[in-house]
Design a protein. Structure first.
Length: 325
């Protein structure tokens, strides 16, 4: 007999991934970024063996694998070696904001260098007019707005003219650039389509405040939150396998978080725990609200506190809290 499938509209959850991070630039890249930030100058590094000039600079020549030692001051002009026209937004890793399409993103070889910088071509220019070999010039942020990364280059702007060589001037070798860290920021907005079973799960949670798991009739395990495939015997599961569980349960384990991240649903010190609801064989991680962290113990009885509004996601449960004895 073929199982009936309950027809429900697929739920989707809007998600914003917001991840700030930092990386150490290293001595060569630090020099490059600091000179760009403070003086608006471009420097490459020259291989003593093959004479190849690389920008951004690298400690070791990419071609002959010897240490690079000679700094070369370059012009802020060059040619487009290759490019692509973007018809989808591109997130700027330094701001987390998206560049709106269409625009061209290309590899620019600065005069006097042998490698290229990947960057945006002036977004105000019609991408259809951009050609390989076109001359361009770097347009920088105003000096008081530079922060010490490649976003200090706003874009490369098409110009007229012939190829000119780099100045060949060495960077000040005795200057101590110290340690240098670059702050980056990625923000990506997306929608997560949860599937038929989870759609029904969120419908019952949001409209009726019912907590459900999915019961595998083959191995007799109840999974919370529900899933489309049994994690034990890999049997296919459907909406008809949903069963009501809880609403109370047991605290299986927990941890306290004393720092903030943009992905956290709330800010400030918070406790996360895994709660296994009565009638379920698995647990789910969620926020735990408690007045005194030191009073928490595994095995404590927990109950959910539901949100006053319907969010259509797991935050329809605001948190779990200890059951009063």
């Amino acid at each position: 007999m073929q199982a009936k499938t309950i027809k429900t509209e697929g739920a989707n959850i809007p998600i914003t991934v917001d991840v700030p991070y930092r990386f150490a630039a290293g001595s060569y890249l630090a020099k490059f970024l600091i000179e760009l930030r403070d003086n608006g100058d471009f420097y490459g590094i020259k291989c003593p063996a093959c004479g190849r000039v690389q920008v951004p600079p690298r400690v070791v020549c990419a071609m002959c694998h010897v240490e690079n030692t000679q700094w070369i001051k370059l012009k802020n002009e060059g040619i487009i070696k290759t490019f692509t026209t973007m018809y989808m937004p591109l997130t700027d890793p330094t701001t987390g904001k998206a560049h709106e399409p269409p625009f061209a993103y290309g590899t620019v070889k600065l005069d006097g260098s042998d490698s290229g910088i990947d960057h945006m071509i002036n977004p105000g220019v019609d991408p259809a007019t951009i050609k390989v070999g076109m001359r361009v010039k770097a347009v920088l942020r105003p000096k008081d707005q530079r922060i010490g990364d490649l976003s200090d280059i706003l874009y490369f702007d098409p110009i007229e003219g012939e190829i000119t060589e780099g100045s060949g001037n060495s960077a000040p070798e005795q200057k101590d650039y110290g340690t240098f860290e670059v702050d980056q920021h990625i923000v990506a907005e997306c929608r997560y389509y949860v599937g038929a079973i989870a759609t029904r799960f969120y419908e019952l949670l949001g409209s009726k405040r019912k907590l459900t798991g999915v019961n595998c009739k083959t191995c007799k395990k109840v999974f919370w939150p529900p899933r489309a495939t049994c994690g034990r015997c890999f049997s296919a599961l459907t909406e008809e396998d949903l069963v009501e569980i809880g609403p109370e349960g047991t605290l299986e384990t927990f941890t306290k978080i004393d720092y903030n991240e943009p992905v956290h649903p709330k800010q400030g010190p918070q406790v996360y725990g895994i709660v296994k609801l009565d009638g379920a064989d698995t647990g789910m991680a969620h926020l735990i609200k408690v007045e005194d962290y030191d009073t928490l113990k595994t095995g404590m009885r927990m109950k959910p506190l539901f949100s006053d509004s319907t969010n259509g996601n797991i935050l329809d449960i605001m948190h779990f809290e200890p059951v009063a004895i």
